[in-house]
Write a protein that binds this ligand. Structure first.
Ligand code: F6P
Ligand code: MG
Length: 490
């Protein structure tokens, strides 16, 4: 099937000099591959004398270096070697459908997913390094540098949940809706901490983004905020005794996963949800995305913070985190907090393909009160990463016609025969909430004139451009602006 066969404007391309994909492909991808080479070089060196493992590690380093050369030399994308994973066929079929494009002239979304799947196969095809995650050290060390914000939030979370448990009038007075909004906004801005952007941001920049002062200041940078509708929906369900499942399609590990856990804990403690299901990636993805291994690692940090952050004289961090950790572990034991994996999340397609690519996952998500899609990549996939007019309603952008034809292994196994029924379905049949800081070109649902204002304020050359040509949407690349967009299931 061709992923480019759905309705709507053209997808962003790495050939378009006004797109963020253009500089991403030329500058950021080679840096990202170099990061994996450096990490693996250290791991091989540390590994010492096990000869076969060292030799294999060196061979992977060479393969990764060749990959970097391919990107810089602008070769055509080659077929992915079959490592037995579910997504390989979809990638290779799409490569054919796209006519074997080059790194610098390819749909940005497809090509970027291809890059990370390709890095993954360098390891998965090996004997000794199958499960090695070349981004793991980066993910954990950035989390370590988030300690001040982790401590601040752990203390506030404990106080909040303790008041909820006591049915504290203070919570009611403070205004439940204000607290709801604050927790969701903490969860939103947690997405600004993205390692793939570290090629542009310093650790200090990131720490500044995490503090409460920064969050307050950033409120006005939320361009669309549908949280009142979401609050009303969850409250109504709670009042009717029907509050049940909330799904969180995770994005990044480290600090962002930490705030996702706070959100889950708040929803479960307040009774706004009975069950929270997390959706991580099966493989290392877009540098910092959560895998099940990352999830367990962060749970381990919560349980033993002194080992990870180093012991300090002030042991309130340990106490506050141990409160969170105990609570999360008991939710897990009760089956109220769980992980659900699917190879769908690491396919190169937009989410218009969900009903056909993984019908089982789609029908599960249809039972959810709210499916929260975290971050930029999920937003790009929701909207097909297409050059929509920025005033296009969110619901229209996510209702793009599902592609026809074969889209993945699950569909082959379970979807045949159901084709007619699922064809009419779309992600707009889910209760979708996007919590996204903008780090790419696509954006929808803006008020008329807002995009032009932001372009004029952030791009000195904008005023000189001929009317209607637009130029690059630079304001949307830095993670400084955000959208919270909700679409009620049809
Ligand atoms: O724009 C930079 C980028 O790496 C995009 O390629 C990608 O969409 C995004 O950041 C990843 O961000 P997030 O972790 O929020 O999905
Ligand atoms: Mg990510």
């Amino acid at each position: 099937m061709s992923y480019s066969a759905t309705d709507g404007p053209a997808p962003y391309s790495t050939a378009d000099p006004t797109s963020f994909g253009y500089s991403t492909a030329r500058t950021r991808w080679p840096i990202i591959v170099t990061g994996v080479v450096d990490d693996l070089s250290r791991a091989v060196f540390q590994h010492g004398p096990a000869k076969s493992k060292v030799e294999e590690g060196c061979a992977i380093i060479e393969t990764l270096q060749n990959l970097k050369t391919e990107i810089l030399a602008v070769t055509q994308l080659c077929r992915l070697a079959d490592d037995g994973s579910a997504e390989i066929t979809s990638y290779n079929e799409e490569l054919v459908a796209l006519g074997q494009p080059t790194w610098h002239d390819s749909p940005w979304l497809f090509c970027e997913c291809y890059l990370f799947k390709r890095i993954s196969t360098c390891f998965s095809l090996s004997e000794h390094w199958k499960d090695y995650d070349g981004f793991m050290n980066q993910k954990m060390s950035t989390f370590k540098s988030s300690q001040p914000a982790v401590a601040e939030l752990a203390a506030r979370y404990k106080a909040l949940v303790s008041s909820l448990e006591k049915d504290d009038a203070a919570v009611v007075q403070a205004g439940e809706e204000i607290i709801f909004k604050e927790i969701f906004e903490i969860c939103l801005w947690g997405n600004a901490t993205d390692l793939s952007l570290l090629t542009n941001l310093t650790y200090e920049d990131i720490q500044k983004l995490q503090g409460s002062e920064a969050r307050k200041a950033a409120e006005t940078n939320i361009l669309v905020n549908d949280l009142p509708q979401v609050y009303e929906k969850l409250k109504r369900a709670q009042g009717a005794g029907t509050s049940s499942r909330v799904d969180i399609v995770l994005d990044n590990s480290g600090f962002e996963l930490y705030v996702d856990l706070l959100l889950a804990g708040y929803l479960l403690s307040s009774g706004l949800a009975r069950e929270v299901v997390f959706h991580p990636k099966n493989i290392p993805w877009f540098v910092s995305d959560v895998t099940p291994v990352d999830f367990e690692a962060i749970m381990g940090v919560l349980a033993h913070p002194a080992i990870f952050f180093g012991s300090s004289r002030d042991d309130s961090l340990s106490e506050d985190l141990s409160f969170l950790s105990t609570q999360m572990e008991s939710f897990r034991q009760e089956g109220r907090l769980s992980l659900r994996t699917s190879s769908f999340w690491t396919l190169p397609c937009g989410f218009a393909a969900l009903p056909r690519a993984d019908p089982e996952l789609f029908s599960e998500l249809r039972t959810s009160q709210l499916v929260i899609f975290k971050g930029d990549l999920n937003y790009r996939k929701l909207t097909g990463d297409r050059a929509w007019d920025p005033v296009t309603p969110f619901v229209q952008a996510i209702t793009a016609r599902a592609p026809s034809g074969k889209v993945g292994p699950q569909q082959q196994q379970q979807g045949e025969g159901k084709a007619e029924k699922v064809q009419a379905s779309s992600v707009a049949d889910l209760n979708v909430l996007a919590l996204r800081t903008c780090k790419a070109d696509v954006v929808v649902g803006l008020l008329s004139g807002r995009d032009e204002e932001l372009r004029a304020a952030t791009d000195p050359q904008y005023a000189a451009l001929p009317t209607g040509t637009g130029g690059p949407r630079k304001w949307a690349w830095s993670g400084k602006w955000a959208v919270i967009q909700f679409s009620q299931a049809r």
